[in-house]
Each structure stands twice: as C-alpha cells, then as structure tokens.
Design a protein around this ligand. Structure first.
Ligand SMILES: *Cc1c(COP(=O)(O)O)cnc(C)c1O
Length: 460
C-alpha cells in the first residue's frame, strides 16, 4: 500500500464513515458482549505475504463495526460521552496525514504555538482570569498524575527527584470520596500510597466539607505527617458532585497547600457564564483539568490542564538532554517538559477546528439543551412506577434505581441488551444506581426522551 493507494482508500473510508454516521441510530449502542467472538474472526498468525487493501478493508467492514460500542451514537448516555464533532474528525485526518511527533517546539512549531493559543482561547471561553497557561495532555488521568507529582515534589523541596522517596516524610493528599479513581491512581503511581489519600467527609450536598478538610490537615500535622496538596472535584463522575471550591481553596491556601481541580467533564459547561457559580473561586487553584474531548466535541484524546505557574511542574517533569535541545532557542516551550510522555500528538488542531466550526454560541447551545433535556428526562422517569430518582440532576447527570439493587441491576442489563440506549451504573451511599448522563454531541430531545420510554417498555 503506497500513498496513491492511500488517496483512493481515504476516499472510500470517508464514504464509509458518512454512511456509518448516517445510520448510527439504527445500530445497538453497546456491542453485544460475547467474549472472544471478535478475536475468533482473526487468524492466529500474521500474514507472510502482503495482502491487498481490498481484502483488508472488506475484513474491517465485516468484522469490526459490529464489535464496537458506538460512542458517537446519539443515545449514548453512559459514562460521559467522548464526543467527536465532524470538525474535529476532519482535523484529526489532517493530523494523521502529517503524523508529526510534537515532542519539542522545533519538531513542529505549529503544534506548540497553536496549542499555546488554544489554551488561551479555552481559558477565556471558560471565564478563567488572565495568567493561566497550560498544556494539552492525552487524558485527565495524566494531567492529575502530573499535578500530584508536582505537589509531591513541592512538598519535598524537589528532593524526591534526586533522592527518591524512601526514608522521606509521610506525604498526605486530600480529596473527597466523590473524586474520580484517577486521583487514587495518581497517588498510587506517584509513590504516595492509597492510605495517604485522605477522603475528607462531605456535607449533605456531597461537597467536601471545608471544616473537615482543615481538621484533617491539622490532625496529620499533629501526627508528624506532611500535607502536600488538595484535589477538588468540580463535577464528580459518579453523581456530579461539586466541592465548595472557594471555601476549600481558602483552607488549602491558609495551610500553604497547592490545589488541583478535576473538572474533567463538567468544566466544559463553564463556557456558559450562568453556570460558573458552580466552580466559584476556581481562579485560586494552581492546576485545573478539563476534557474538551468530553462535552466540547474535540475528539478523544484532548485534555487541557491549566496552570497558574508552570514552573514547579516543569521542574518536576522536565528534562532537556543535549539531543532535545534547540540551539539558540533555549527560551522556547517544549511541552513534553510539562507532562509524563516525551512523544506527543498534535492535539491542538482539533480544538482549533472545533471552536471555529461551532463557535462558543453553538457549543453553549448544546450544553444548555443537554441540561434542559436531562431535567425533562428526569421528570419523565420520576413519573414511572417501579423506579425512583436517587440523585437529582447535576448539570446533565442524574441517577435512578428500582426498589432493590438486584432489580436495578437486572433492569440495567435489559436496557443495554435492548440496544436503543446505553446507560451505566454507579454505587451511591451503598446503593446500586443507574446513571443518566446527557452530553452526546448529536443527540436530540427525542433521543433523550426515549430513555423513559425504553424503561417503561421493559418494565411493562
Ligand atoms: C472522565 C473523568 C476523568 C478521567 O478522564 P480521562 O481523560 O479518561 O483520564 C477524571 N475525572 C472526572 C471527573 C471525569 O469525569
């Protein structure tokens, strides 16, 4: 296969993609789950001889689509959708065509400079004050790990990088139980240890209690441990909890602790000025992560970390051996020094295309519709016999359940086997509940209103 073949097959692929997206509503959202069924289609060994593009493409079309869960399906209400707007898909095609590795500035100045401008654009779109800079990671998990490693080193006076952690003080981090498991992973991987992530009690609204945060920090200091940082959640994944950001940041600042805010899915909603009260005070954070690959439609992977001052993170993660220098340009930004991996994709292009193709007006309209429709779906489900709303909508996320956990689990299995919708579960206050998360880029009101209809059909 050469570049002339690529031209031909790119056009075939574009036609295939158009057809796929046109008929997506007719497909079951979640792949049928029979482990091994797809692998059984593939030979055990790789081919010795080259095969034709026709044969490869035919097998793709025959085997792969039916084995996929369709993330761009308008009735994907699971997890949080990983939205890919058509404009972002186009940008990704161009990124693929150039296939650059944007590890340092000179390996693609356009990638670094457009990334810098996109972070500025996005900061302004979210209402963040001037002064935040940032970078685009693959995922929020990497951004949060980067933030935790940085806070660890700040607490150690950057000695951990040279000396390692053994024999050092016991470092403590603070988060509520509503924060995402990526925070647990970060403290594990960063050598902090799960038991040193203090899960601070929440109040009646499932927000971190600032008084409990202050008490936990004081108790740890009294016990000879070293508080290192606070991780707050603006839109938890389970039920959409928001910590009391301003008050918790005030406690952290009074204790001299840095703060990282995880706004992975809900951060996108802050392009709507009327919603910004939900993360009021966020400008006091040292680090904020939000995923344009969730609600904004800049396709996976695209996770933006805003930093008040990149200095500590670059000091923690940056290395510049001779083979990564750009002669005479020591002052330029090399984004690999802001994150864990060296190699990096050119992720800013899809953000540039997406923000331009829909404009903030178009993106705000989607967010507002999703929130409105989630409320309408909540009301329709609340009116059904046999199920009840467990947590009220937080932006576009709410949960419901049947009378017992076993009935709820069985209902969820029936819903997902039915195929018209895809929903997922969480556990809230010990109870197994079904999450409804509205946020798919192409979903319409009737897609959302089908949730109550499917439940009624299956319970009837
Ligand atoms: C989705 C999500 C994450 C993890 O996102 P990745 O980009 O997949 O790592 C973390 N936190 C919250 C609140 C999320 O919604």
């Amino acid at each position: 296969m050469n570049h002339d073949d690529l031209r031909h097959w790119s056009k075939v692929a574009a036609d295939w993609a158009h057809d796929y997206h046109t008929h997506l509503r007719d497909r079951p959202v979640r792949a049928p789950l029979t482990p091994g069924a797809i692998a059984a289609h593939l030979p055990a060994l790789p081919p010795e001889e080259a095969e034709t593009p026709d044969a490869i493409f035919a097998d793709f079309a025959r085997i792969v689509p039916d084995g996929m869960t369709h993330w761009q399906h308008p009735r994907f209400f699971a997890y949080f959708p990983a939205n890919a707007s058509p404009a972002s898909m186009l940008a990704e095609q161009l990124t693929n065509a150039m296939a650059a590795n944007a590890l340092i500035w000179q390996t693609s100045p356009a990638a670094t400079e457009i990334e810098q401008v996109m972070v500025r654009w996005l900061g302004s779109a979210l209402g963040l004050p001037e002064g935040f800079v940032g970078t685009i990671h693959d995922t929020a998990t990497t951004a949060t790990l980067s933030a935790v490693l940085t806070m660890r080193e700040q607490a150690l006076g950057f000695a951990g990088l040279e000396d390692g952690l053994s024999g050092g003080p016991v470092l403590r981090f603070y988060a509520s139980a509503e924060t995402h498991s990526s925070v647990d992973k970060a403290v594990r991987v960063a050598g902090i240890g799960q038991r040193n992530l203090v899960k601070v009690p929440t109040d009646a609204g499932f927000s971190m209690d600032p008084g409990a945060l202050a008490a936990a920090i004081a108790a740890d200091r009294a016990a000879g441990m070293v508080p290192a940082g606070v991780i707050l959640c603006a839109g938890g994944t389970s039920i959409g909890a928001f910590d009391r950001i301003a008050e918790c940041i005030a406690v952290a600042k009074a204790e001299g602790l840095p703060v990282h805010v995880d706004a992975a899915w809900a951060g996108s909603a802050m392009i709507c000025p009327e919603l910004r009260h939900l993360w009021e005070g966020v400008e006091g954070a040292d680090s904020i992560v939000m995923n344009p690959h969730k609600w904004l439609g800049a396709q996976f992977d695209c996770s933006v970390q805003f930093l008040r001052d990149p200095g500590p993170q670059v000091r923690t993660l940056g290395l510049r051996p001779t083979y990564l220098e750009t002669a005479g340009r020591e002052e330029i930004v090399n984004f690999n020094e802001w994150t864990v991996p060296l190699g990096r994709r050119f992720r800013a292009l899809k953000l540039w295309f997406t923000l331009r193709a829909y404009g903030l007006v178009g993106l705000r309209e989607r967010v507002r519709n999703h929130i409105l429709w989630a409320q309408e779906a909540r009301d329709a489900i609340a009116a059904l016999p046999g199920v009840q709303i467990v947590t009220e909508p937080s932006l576009s996320l709410f949960t419901f359940a049947a009378a017992t956990d076993a009935q709820t689990e069985a209902l969820l299995a029936r819903i997902n086997d039915d195929g018209r919708l895809y929903l997922t579960q969480t556990r809230h206050q010990g109870r197994y509940v079904i999450r409804v998360q509205v946020g798919q880029f192409d979903c319409r009101r009737d897609d959302v209103m089908m949730i109550a209809k499917v439940i009624a059909d299956l319970m009837g």
